[in-house]
Write a protein that binds this ligand. Structure first.
Ligand code: FAD
Length: 495
């Protein structure tokens, strides 16, 4: 099994990751990334330890692989996969959204039906998908993805953009492969991942055919440029002051492709609008990838709930009925999401290819509300913590400076809690709900699976309204206007 040090060695590949106008020489040791690199390395080390029961023998290869990358073919396997994803999510408390198990879910879904990628009387690219999934199972690479066109104008699709290839597309097909030019958003984790999956999940028209592509490319491939947003670890004074920013800032980036040659064996779809859509929705890819996201979200809400409860206890407000009511609001929201994950597994559905996938009604039901649940969670937490997350020393240094430390020891305490512990707790809360890192998480939970209207669209299309409509129609059929008239006449007759 891959170790953390294997991962660290692999990402030292001359990739072009830009921060503050300069190419980063070594992402693993750069202050912006080293915390999250250590965290991802820790996930691999955890999974490599047999005691943690993270591996199984994959039927696709006959060799050991990581359970979070599994294609579940029974309820038991689905539960096993969920438990393994939950263990990884527990290590980051859900603050690393695109850990290596996210895109792996998509690849598992693709590979479960390679025929989707084979064109009748045309290219047979399904074998590439099968090979890539076997590589994932054998080598456990960290794959990130960019499947959204850059935000230029949402009133048009790729072909409408001024200038060629603003959105990534194929400029040339050669014997060796395709040449890709353009940009795509928003590579979470790409700066520190091994490979990048590139495609487009937004609907494309026939005019956009050059942009209807799907492939995997090494992040270090010539011509790939990773333009990171501001890394939060750079503004963090210490891991005590910013415990989450310094450990879990997975980074997000605009990806630019400067005529990147993608060998044919790494291409899944080339110039095919229908197949680009079908890969996500005619296979279980979207469901498997997003079920990872929901399992992770459960871990995050549980952590935040614990944080809120602890703070209320420290401030001794936890016996006030209006406060317990707010904690109950948080508990209810966390339980709702967890319940949806459990429900999606309990009512799992088997597809024609024998893949047992979480029931989309419950999976997308949770996703459809996520853009409301998470901001509401943060809002209630802000209400509960009050100014405690602001009444803090500028950095840990005031706690160790002999002139200032006595004031904090005297004034920044709570019953049974000394200043060091109180500051530690409230700095953690600020990094979870108020820092720039927290603000990005607010945006992430609202947008990672598409804008809220997109997530609601999934919920709408996957609920399955038949029973609900039948119930209403059945009830309406039980009475009529004629019944009302007859009833009125009966009343008159009796009178
Ligand atoms: C922190 C973060 C991390 C991300 N990580 C990744 C990643 O790893 N990989 C990846 O591929 N993507 C990632 N994304 C990108 C994400 O998928 C996009 O943000 C998402 O698809 C929405 O696109 P957009 O942000 O351009 O919003 P837009 O599509 O521009 O929507 C913004 C708003 O405009 C309005 N709007 C736009 N179009 C319509 C319409 N047709 N109907 C109604 N209203 C409309 C809505 O109010 C909508 O909320 C990430 C996003 C964030 C914020």
């Amino acid at each position: 099994m891959r170790s953390g040090s294997d991962y660290l060695a692999a990402i030292d590949d001359g990739r072009r990751v830009y921060v503050d106008g300069e190419a980063v020489e070594d992402v693993a040791s750069h202050r912006a990334f080293r915390g999250v690199v250590e965290t991802i390395g820790g996930l691999y080390d955890f999974a490599a330890d047999p005691a943690n029961e993270m591996s199984y023998v994959a039927p696709e290869t006959g060799r050991p692989a990581l359970k979070p990358f599994m294609t579940p073919r029974s309820r038991e396997e689905l539960a096993d996969r969920r438990a393994a994803i939950a263990k990884w999510a527990g290590l980051t408390h859900g603050f690393v959204g695109r850990s290596p198990d996210h895109v792996a879910g998509f690849l598992a879904g693709f590979a479960s039906d390679p025929s989707v990628f084979d064109v009748e009387d045309g290219r047979q690219l399904g074998a590439n998908v099968t090979r890539w999934y076997a590589k994932l199972l054998d080598e456990s690479p960290f794959i990130s993805y960019v499947i959204i066109p850059p935000q230029v104008s949402r009133a048009m699709t790729a072909s409408g953009c001024d200038g060629d290839y603003v959105q990534a597309g194929v400029v040339e097909e050669t014997d060796e492969g395709i040449v890709v030019r353009g940009s795509q958003m928003l590579g979470t984790g790409t700066a520190v991942s091994d490979y990048l999956f590139v495609s487009c999940i937004k609907p494309l028209t026939a005019d956009d055919v050059d942009h209807a592509i799907s492939f995997v490319v090494p992040v270090g491939a010539p011509g790939v440029k990773v333009y990171c947003r501001r890394p939060y670890a750079l503004g963090a004074t210490s891991s005590f002051d910013y415990p989450l920013s310094t450990r879990f800032d997975e980074s997000d980036a605009l990806l630019v492709f400067d005529d990147v040659l993608i060998p044919w064996e790494d291409v899944f779809v080339c110039r095919d609008v229908d197949r680009v859509r079908d890969q996500f929705f005619r296979t279980p890819a979207h469901v498997l990838g997003n079920s990872q996201a929901q399992i992770r979200f459960v871990a995050k809400l549980s952590f935040l709930l614990g944080l809120a409860r602890r703070i209320c206890a420290v401030n001794q407000i936890d016996r006030i009925p209006s406060v317990t009511e707010r904690l109950a609001d948080l508990a209810s929201l966390a339980a709702l999401v967890e319940g949806m994950v459990v429900a999606s597994e309990a009512s799992a559905v088997e597809n024609a290819r024998g893949v047992v996938q979480p029931n989309p009604r419950f999976l997308y039901g949770a996703m459809g509300m996520q853009a409301e649940i998470y901001p509401r969670f943060l809002h209630i937490m802000r209400e509960l913590v009050g100014g405690g997350v602001i009444q803090l020393p500028s950095s840990y240094k005031e706690l160790v400076n002999e002139d200032t430390a006595p004031d904090f020891a005297r004034y920044l305490v709570s019953p049974g809690m000394q200043s060091e512990q109180r500051v530690q707790l409230f700095k953690l809360a600020w990094d979870a709900i108020g820092s720039e890192f927290a603000g990005r998480h607010h945006q992430y939970e609202m947008f990672y699976a598409g804008a809220p209207f997109v997530a609601k669209g999934y919920a709408y299309r996957n609920y399955g309204f038949d029973d609900a409509l039948a119930a209403v129609d059945g009830f309406l059929a039980r009475y009529s206007l004629a019944d009302a008239v007859a009833e009125e006449e009966r009343v008159h007759e009796q009178a």
